[in-house]
Unconditional design. Structure first.
Length: 757
């Protein structure tokens, strides 16, 4: 696989795969490389070491093998330098170098196919390498044995040779040779020779030390060792004192609570006293970089001008009045009491209705930073609250990461798909999330990695979900639920004309606009975008505009024929087949994708008096069929002998989708009667509601979504429970005006309407 990456040249410094180093960048070119790599290359650069020692090496001086490195962390220092933490990932072969810009080089690279080694010979070489490494460590008691665990836990020769090369005190030239050698077996043999040479040096040094007896007091010995360490660090270009001073200065600027301040002082002192080759240094450095760069007291100046905020939301989003009203209430109360804790809003609705984008717009309108955290499928609480520093590769949780990214302590944080979190043996993320969201608890939120309390009360958390019934109960009670409904066809037309198309024109820099009438948009929506929201409508319109502007012979006046031409054939919609015969009725369902018109079929044939149900039905729906059958028999709507020695098969369309819920009883009762009485129910009538054994029709949920779906699918008349009458106030006027809604309290009314007239 080929990669194109920006080239970062490191003179007198070599990074190997699996190695992590810290460097400081002074020149602007390197800083520019880091910025572009973060933005375009997923924070990865190609590290090469010039073959020539020239001050300004040319492309001819660059090697044909390099190492891809990940920029794990970056820190802007007070002196203007940029400190990077780089981790080597893998060697790659460099095919050619090119000029990315006037002062930056990029390279086209390809993966290296490692040579296949003889298994027996590889095992012998590996054992010999480990044996020599153990001898080397034992012969030098002042050398850290941190490599022992690494070698014990990994048996890959390619990894072992790179890890040991990093560990050994080899020259830069020697490490460069190891970096450019692709054959791990050859590297291992060379390492064995170098380790033996290092052992000889240690033995020779011991002999010299034994001959020279120097009597030093404890204070003199400590002074001597510290001086020696400083000289070594100076030779290596490491100025630990500067780092320590910067940390102390940064800590003083933050003005943290005394307990936190003292804890960090202890960490800096621990760092100060450690030898430069201690493996714990990187752990403490990472910790200090995280803690000292959190926005402890930094916040955005919030825009609390109601008119300005609402105007901004109206410009970016159609409708969503409940959300806008709630934000308006929040600003009004915030103006009265600035200390008021932020609400925990949860936007519930089908995909594509604008839950995520309205949250981003709220952040922009309030002049707050914005971050998104997706918790769909999350089952590990440490993803939210971090892991302990004792674990390998420990990091803070998603909340702290979002705050550091925003660099303010009062951002808007979107927690997406809370209805899809998973509770299992790894933890209960819903309960953890409650501690994060609750304003009475989150003032002293403690991340496992940071280990110090951080105030989250200034954060405005907004959650999203598709299905209200799937929101964990532990969270539901604390949330302000705002339900966002599906859009009608006419609302989609308005959104397309006022928001989607202007955005496409702006993106494409189009001076000439399309002429597209409402009837054409209706044709497009009804035939190409069966959805509750407008996400797919945006994709379809973008494709259509692209096709039209690239067809030089095409017209800018859009017609139905043009839509069919550019978007190909109309997608087939089997569930919208108009069946005009007995034993078929329309039911209304509510799913996480919005409302849906669902066909229910019934067939009766010679059998053993059994009832067959298909269509991926849940237990509640199966019980509805039993209740409907019992009700029909008790009311004697049909002769009890009719179903004797007959098999009744009831099927709900779209068998691949699981169906469950107490709102299909009326439709099931109707379809059975339709088949037995041979009465065709008009295809523009739909039903929703659960039935009891006495025929009473119970209240259902999701009425708004169901009626919008019915309207969009061309239904003219709908039977709904009388107890849902108050829910009609939330319906758009176009639904009320164009849909005949009949309120029924008992099934007897429906029976008289459909089977006795």
């Amino acid at each position: 696989m080929d990669y194109t990456l920006l080239v970062m040249m490191l003179k007198d410094l070599v990074i190997l795969p699996f190695q992590e180093i810290k460097i400081e960048l002074k020149d602007e070119i390197s800083k520019k490389i880091v910025k572009v790599s973060n933005k375009k290359y997923n924070s990865r650069v190609l590290i090469v070491s010039p073959i020539s020692h020239a001050t300004d090496p040319s492309i001819e001086d660059l090697p044909n093998v390099g190492v891809i490195a990940l920029i794990k962390n970056k820190l802007e220092l007070s002196n203007g330098n940029l400190r990077l933490t780089l981790r080597g990932e893998k060697r790659v072969r460099i095919l050619n170098y090119e000029s990315f810009s006037s002062d930056i080089i990029d390279a086209v690279t390809t993966d290296i196919i490692l040579p296949k080694l003889d298994a027996e010979k590889e095992e012998v070489v590996k054992n010999k390498l480990k044996e020599n490494l153990t001898e080397y460590i034992n012969s030098a008691p002042d050398i850290s044995n941190s490599i022992v665990r690494t070698v014990a836990e990994n048996d890959d020769l390619n990894f072992l040779t790179d890890a040991i090369t990093t560990f050994l005190p080899l020259s830069t030239k020697k490490k460069l040779e190891y970096m450019q050698e692709l054959n791990s077996e050859k590297r291992a043999i060379a390492l064995i020779k170098d380790i033996k040479q290092e052992i000889k040096y240690i033995e020779l040094e011991e002999k010299i030390d034994n001959k020279v007896e120097v009597c030093l007091t404890k204070e003199q010995e400590e002074f001597y060792l510290k001086t020696k360490i400083k000289e070594i660090e100076k030779k290596l270009g490491i100025d630990q004192n500067n780092n320590i001073k910067e940390y102390y200065d940064k800590l003083k600027e933050l003005n943290l609570p005394s307990k936190t301040n003292n804890k960090l002082i202890d960490e800096i002192k621990k760092l100060e006293s450690m030898p430069s080759n201690s493996p714990e240094i990187s752990v403490i450095l990472n910790y200090l970089d995280w803690v000292l760069n959190l926005p402890w007291h930094t916040h955005s100046k919030e825009n609390l001008n109601v008119k300005s905020v609402i105007n901004a939301l109206n410009k970016s989003h159609y409708g969503l009045n409940q959300v806008k009203d709630r934000i308006e209430d929040y600003i009004n109360i915030k103006n009265i009491n600035p200390e008021l804790p932020s609400p925990i809003i949860c936007l519930v609705g089908p995909p594509g209705v604008g839950k995520t984008t309205i949250t981003s717009s709220i952040a922009s309108a309030l002049n707050r930073e914005f971050a998104k955290i997706s918790v769909g499928g999350l089952n590990d609480s440490t993803e939210l609250i971090g892991s302990r520093r004792t674990y390998l590769g420990a990091l803070p949780g998603k909340i702290i990461q979002a705050l550091k990214k925003c660099q303010t302590n009062n951002p808007v944080i979107l927690i997406d798909e809370v209805d899809k979190m998973v509770k299992d043996y790894k933890g209960d993320p819903a309960s953890t999330l409650l501690d994060i969201l609750d304003s009475t608890q989150n003032k002293t939120f403690v991340d496992n990695y940071i280990e110090e309390p951080f105030d989250l009360s200034n954060v405005l958390f907004i959650l999203t979900a598709n299905n209200i019934s799937d929101i964990p109960y532990t969270l539901y009670d604390r949330l302000e639920i705002i339900e966002l409904s599906s859009y009608t066809v006419f609302e989609k037309i308005d959104i397309a004309k006022k928001y989607i198309l202007p955005k496409i024109y702006e993106d494409f820099k189009m001076k000439r606009k399309l002429t597209i009438k409402d009837n054409t948009l209706i044709y497009l929506i009804n035939n190409y975008t069966k959805e509750a929201g407008v996400r797919n409508l945006g994709r379809v319109l973008r494709t259509l505009v692209t096709k039209i502007i690239t067809d030089k012979k095409g017209s800018f006046t859009v017609t139905n024929k043009m839509i069919n031409k550019y978007l190909k054939d109309i997608p087939s919609e089997d569930d919208n087949i108009k069946i005009k015969e007995s034993g078929v009725v329309n039911a209304l369902a509510y799913t996480s994708l919005g409302g849906k018109t669902l066909k229910v079929e019934c067939s009766i044939y010679e059998g053993k008096g059994e009832v067959i149900v298909t269509g991926s039905l849940g237990d509640v729906l199966k019980e509805s069929i039993k209740v409907a059958t019992s009700y029909i028999m008790e009311k004697k709507y049909i002769d009890s002998d009719i179903l004797k020695n007959k098999t009744m098969h009831i099927h709900l369309f779209d068998g691949a989708t699981k169906k469950e819920g107490p709102s299909c009883g009326v439709a099931i009762t109707t379809v059975i009667l339709s088949k037995v009485l041979n009465k065709t129910i008009p295809s523009d009538i739909a039903f929703t509601g659960e039935i009891t054994l006495k025929g009473y029709i119970l209240k259902i949920g999701g009425l708004k979504e169901k009626l919008i779906a019915a309207y969009n699918d061309g239904i003219k008349k709908v039977y709904i429970p009388t107890s849902n009458e108050n829910d009609l106030k939330e319906l758009p006027k176009v639904i009320i005006d164009n849909l005949e809604i009949k309120l029924v309290n008992n099934y007897q009314t429906i029976y008289e309407d459909l089977f006795l007239k």
